[in-house]
Ligand binder design. Structure first.
Ligand code: BDR
Ligand code: CA
Length: 306
């Protein structure tokens, strides 16, 4: 995760979902620098009293480019400038990369899935260092991309590219071409108005008395004051693991653009009836629809229940 508001909400959902057994959290450079991303993950871990879940720092920069930040949206602290106290927990000394490798071998544990809610830098680096890991993973679930499947499937960082893919397109290319079982949810679905948090739902969160709901209300305050709705991009990726039946997928050949003059970071999905042989990327499962109301119900219940 890359330390933004929706990353924190996604982590609350993950850690409060009995369907998941969270092995650890890897921070990556993205919305905020990697140190801050790790600190924000630790804030949530501490809030939910889940010291059993480790947090580790990954790479501080994209594979070949300069970092792209989103502090204008997420705040200088990544959490809506909410001025929360620093956590007392610390990240693990080992790097996120070596912990991902270790966990993928984890004896006794079920096969590992990776849910990526930030740029794909850490995952691409692990795949490059140890290509074998691709076969040991159950799957990789990604919040990222815009696939032209709905009217919302256009870029947000640029007209063509979604933030997570745009921030490290070379890493995304490596992951998309790795042969790993890949499931992606992009802006096509996360930006549909019905899937976003409404002012009325935000008011309910604000009224809820649990510490985690109060935390969510605080980090959302500025964004909800500014925008009409708040897109739950990253919680949706977690929900794909928690309630897979709420999401509809279709396989597409997808290529990640790394050399475009105007289109760098675009996830070029072949939606033609008869795709040609050239320009065929790996076939990946792309989310084209979600039961938005049911998704938000799961999210809000887990956020507000004791
Ligand atoms: C993605 O970009 C980030 O700013 C959010 O945290 C989310 O992961 C949406 O494009
Ligand atoms: Ca994110």
């Amino acid at each position: 995760m890359d330390g933004g508001i929706d990353d924190a909400l996604a982590l609350i959902l993950a850690l409060r979902s009995p369907e998941l057994d969270v092995a650890g959290i890897t921070a990556v450079s993205g919305n905020v620098p990697v140190e801050q991303a790790a600190m924000n993950a630790l804030r949530v871990v501490e809030l939910l009293e889940r010291k059993d879940v480790w947090v580790a720092r990954g790479l501080a920069n994209p594979l070949v480019r300069d970092p792209v930040r989103a502090m204008d949206f997420h705040g200088a602290d990544g959490l809506g400038d909410s001025e929360l106290p620093s956590p007392s927990l610390r990240p693990r000394a080992e790097s996120a990369l070596s912990l991902i490798k270790q966990e993928s071998q984890g004896a006794g544990r079920r096969r590992l899935s990776i849910v990526a809610t930030g740029p794909l830098t850490n995952i691409a680096a692990v795949f490059t260092e140890e290509s074998d890991i691709v076969r040991r993973l159950d799957d990789v679930v990604i919040m990222g991309g815009a696939y032209g499947l709905t009217e919302y499937g256009v870029g947000n960082e640029t007209p063509a590219a979604e933030f997570n893919i745009y921030s490290d397109p070379e890493a995304a290319k490596i992951v998309f071409e790795s042969g790993v079982s890949l499931k992606c949810v992009g802006l096509d679905v996360t930006m549909t108005p019905g899937a976003q948090l409404s002012p009325r739902e935000y008011a309910t969160i604000k009224r809820s008395e649990t510490d985690h709901a109060q935390f969510a209300a605080k980090i959302l305050a500025k964004a909800m004051g500014r925008e009409k709705r708040f897109a739950l991009h990253d919680p949706m990726a977690i929900a794909m693991k928690v309630r897979p039946s709420l999401f509809k997928f279709q396989d597409y050949h997808v290529n990640v653009e790394t050399k475009g003059e105007y289109t760098t970071g675009m996830t070029v999905s072949d939606r033609r009836d008869r795709p040609s042989k050239e320009l065929q990327g790996q076939r990946i499962a792309v989310c084209k629809d979600a039961k938005a109301a049911a998704f938000k119900q799961v999210f809000l219940r887990r956020l507000m229940s004791r």
